[in-house]
Design a protein around this ligand. Structure first.
Ligand code: ADP
Ligand code: MG
Length: 737
């Protein structure tokens, strides 16, 4: 029983136009213990035969047996296993890892085969000694002479302890002296193995060979036993799969051992990291712009869970109605005076202004800084931790004015507590105030409701005309039916005198029409303002277009109970269901979810979507650019991977090694970037673009970006290893030489 047996085996090469023969109908039996020399002219098929025997190339016809096993069904993986178990290769051009030392080159085989670094150290040193290279064990392979290189290659084949060693022109690149040494070494190790040597220089080997095979035009023309040999059983070779630790070790070694490659990759990854970092904030910026812009339009509370509703018959919404809405289980809260949700009030003093929506302070239980309010004059605000007034404590314990639409509601407010907004956005700021002030503020906020008409001397003036604009406010000083106007509006009455003339104000909105009949009590100018209104002179400037009426008339016009309310569902996805149910109950519903995409939302939504698409496209483009640059840089690594494949390494292992290598570069680049950012933050360096970028990033973003980069790096290595393995080992190998 022979270790290798070929029966009528043929190998063809298919070119575009013709088929040429590597060798044809070869019959051969080879045994352990033999030292076989294959000679013949160049082009006679020696290399091809050797490659088929060593499982680097396939055959088209006939049968090949390995240890009595038929091989025609062998897959790429089976050949990998075969090479790993049986074959040690020695090549004309040595095929070493040039950036590794002698020691590392030999150790590599053992690491790939799952041995621990520690347990193989002595063995590696012994083999180095055996091939006479102890002095050079820490020298890089690139620095060795040809003869020394070939001895490293032999040592590498030896440590594998395979039963078969094949050598294709092992002395082809060596001077006569070195060649002799190499042959001697090979003959020494041939005792328990099958050694097959291809050479066109038979003289060099004839002293050692036990069998001579001569080839010509792809056929064996001579096969002669030179010496009797004792035929032995094959050695049992032990190997395991590579350990994770060894993968890491080799991955790290590969990351750093070629300096130019490392630096180039690092530069690519630094630019990649920088580009991803700088394109991501555009996305975030889009979001925050979107949010702030809604502020400028109709609604400030833009929650997608909000539904605005009124009755289909436009009648008033009663407490009973509200209670039955509250009973729907998907409804979280009902806001009766929903105008507040969209009304901003301002705290202002000479030194600062702070804006927010109003809410009762009964709704809060604790504050992050300061304390809860104890009386009508004290309030709590919520806002961003980054807000200047909040950060510096400037906001506390000052007497400030609370205004709505420039109308002062209370002028002796002081802020006693702060709640920090979760999303660090001042857009969600709130002012938590006493219920009595809420009541007052509510009245003021109605002035935005509907259209107004005023009649003087039976002539109607609409508020929207360009010549006649005014706003209506109420003061305690006036009694029912009294009207106080700015002096300049006298021009609308006959004889430029309105005092004691009849007037009326009519308010029209979606829900109701209401008219109050009034008599002009007086007109005010800068001198009489304070006396007539009871309001400080300072406010005159802002009120030259204000018509004052009594609280009773104001309430009649505006304080009409609820015609429109807002509800909030527990979840966004409940909105449609709740809407339908409310429709059945007799309400018109305006779910904010849909509603906000109209008009303004539409455009912003598009811009936002556009930015998202741009972000994704730039990531994909970056991926491909990086891939091609990295591929170019890694081209020099083909030789590394084809070498370890020849040693029997699986595709999976090659892929992991590459992944670790690229991941290292990527992680290092990422941390360099973080350091730069940190230096910018603590103002050691000042790079405007980076300052601009980091404004938009929080910890979560850094993690998301890290994951994006890791995924990109993973995909690049997967792509690269796929393209590497598209070609067979031999093709990759041939390309290199
Ligand atoms: P040797 O090693 O004896 O010099 P080879 O085994 O390299 O010869 O080549 C044998 C024959 O196969 C030659 O005719 C050669 O042209 C052909 N051949 C070798 N490799 C290829 C290949 N990759 N593609 C096509 N023909 C090839
Ligand atoms: Mg050849």
């Amino acid at each position: 029983m022979s270790i290798i047996e070929l029966k009528k085996v043929s190998k063809f090469y298919y070119n575009k136009s013709n088929i040429s023969s590597g060798f044809s109908k070869v019959n051969l039996k080879l045994d352990i213990g033999e030292f076989v020399v294959i000679t013949g002219e160049s082009g006679s098929g020696k290399s091809t035969l050797l490659n088929v025997i060593s499982g680097l190339d396939s055959y088209e016809e006939g049968e090949m047996f390995i240890n009595n096993e038929e091989t025609s069904h062998y897959s790429e993986t089976d050949y990998e296993t075969y090479r790993r178990k049986y074959i040690g290769n020695i090549f004309q051009n040595f095929n070493l890892i040039n950036s590794y030392t002698v020691f590392q080159n030999i150790e590599l085989v053992m690491l790939l085969d799952g041995y621990k670094k520690k347990e193989v150290k002595q063995k590696v040193l012994d083999i180095i000694d055996k091939v006479g290279l102890s002095k050079y064990k820490n020298t890089k392979a690139s620095k060795l002479s040809g003869g020394q290189k070939q001895r490293v290659a032999i040592a590498r084949a030896l440590i594998k302890e395979t039963p078969i060693i094949v050598a294709d022109e092992p002395t082809g690149n060596l001077d006569a002296e070195s060649a002799k040494g190499v042959m001697k070494l090979l003959s020494k190790i041939s005792k328990d193995r099958l050694v097959i040597i291809v050479t066109h220089n038979y003289e060099q080997v004839k002293d050692y060979a036990t069998r001579k095979i001569v080839m010509m035009d792809g056929s064996i023309v001579e096969d002669k036993k030179l010496k009797e040999v004792e035929i032995k059983k094959p050695l049992e070779r032990n190997y395991k799969s590579i350990t994770e630790l060894n993968k890491l070790l080799l991955g790290f070694r590969n990351t750093f051992n070629i300096k130019t490659k490392f630096i180039l990759l690092l530069l690519v990854y630094l630019s990649l990291t920088g580009l991803v970092f700088s394109s991501y904030p555009a996305l975030k910026k889009a979001k925050s712009e979107n949010v702030t812009s809604s502020n400028n339009y109709l609604f400030r509370e833009y929650s997608k869970k909000r539904i605005i509703l009124n009755k289909i018959d436009k009648s008033e919404i009663t407490d009973d109605d509200i209670n039955s809405i509250k009973k729907l289980k998907e409804v979280n809260k009902v806001v009766k005076d929903d105008i507040f949700l969209d009304t901003t009030a301002t705290l202002e003093s000479d030194t600062f202004g702070f804006e927010g929506t109003l809410e009762s302070y009964e709704n809060i239980k604790k504050v992050d800084k300061g304390r809860l309010p104890e009386n009508e004059n004290e309030i709590v605000v919520s806002g961003s931790k980054d807000d200047y007034n909040i950060r510096t404590g400037e906001i506390f314990n000052k007497k400030v004015k609370l205004t709505i639409y420039n109308d002062t509601i209370k002028d002796d407010i002081s802020v006693v507590g702060v709640i920090y907004n979760k999303n660090r956005n001042n857009f969600d700021s709130k002012l938590y105030i006493n219920n009595n002030i809420i009541e007052k503020a509510l009245r003021k906020s109605y002035i935005t409701y509907g259209t107004k008409e005023i009649t003087f001397d039976n002539k109607v003036y609409r508020n929207d005309s360009e010549t006649f604009s005014y706003i209506i406010k109420s003061i305690d000083k006036l009694k029912e039916g009294e009207l106080l106007i700015p002096e300049s509006y006298n021009s609308f009455c006959s004889n430029y005198e309105c005092k004691n003339k009849n007037a009326s104000i009519k308010v029209t909105n979606t829900y109701y029409k209401e008219t109050v009949n009034l008599k002009v009590k007086d007109y005010f100018n800068d001198k009489t303002y304070e006396k007539l209104t009871g309001i400080s002179k300072k406010e005159y400037e802002d009120n030259q277009m204000t018509f004052y009426i009594s609280n009773i008339d104001y309430d009649k016009l505006y304080n009409k109970g609820s015609y429109q309310i807002s509800i909030f569902t527990n979840k966004v996805k409940d909105v449609n269901k709740v809407s339908k149910e409310l429709n059945k109950m007799g309400y018109n519903t305006y779910p904010f979810k849909k509603f906000s995409v109209n008009a303004v939302g539409d455009v912003l939504g598009m811009i936002n979507l556009f930015r998202k698409v741009v972000f994704i496209i730039s990531i994909v483009v970056l991926f491909f650019i990086s891939y091609f640059i990295i591929k170019m840089i890694l081209k020099s690594r083909n030789i590394y991977y084809s070498t370890i494949r020849i040693l029997g390494t699986t595709r999976k292992t090659c892929k992991s090694l590459l992944q670790i290598e690229l991941l290292n570069d990527e992680v290092i680049a990422y941390f360099i970037f973080l350091i730069i950012i940190k230096l910018c933050k603590i103002k050691v360096i000042n790079i405007n673009t980076i300052n601009e970028i980091i404004k938009y990033l929080n910890v979560k973003d850094y993690i998301v970006l890290f994951i994006i980069l890791i995924v990109m790096s993973y995909l690049i290595s997967a792509r690269y290893s796929r393209s590497l393995f598209k070609r067979s080992t031999l093709e990759t190998y041939r390309e290199e030489i």
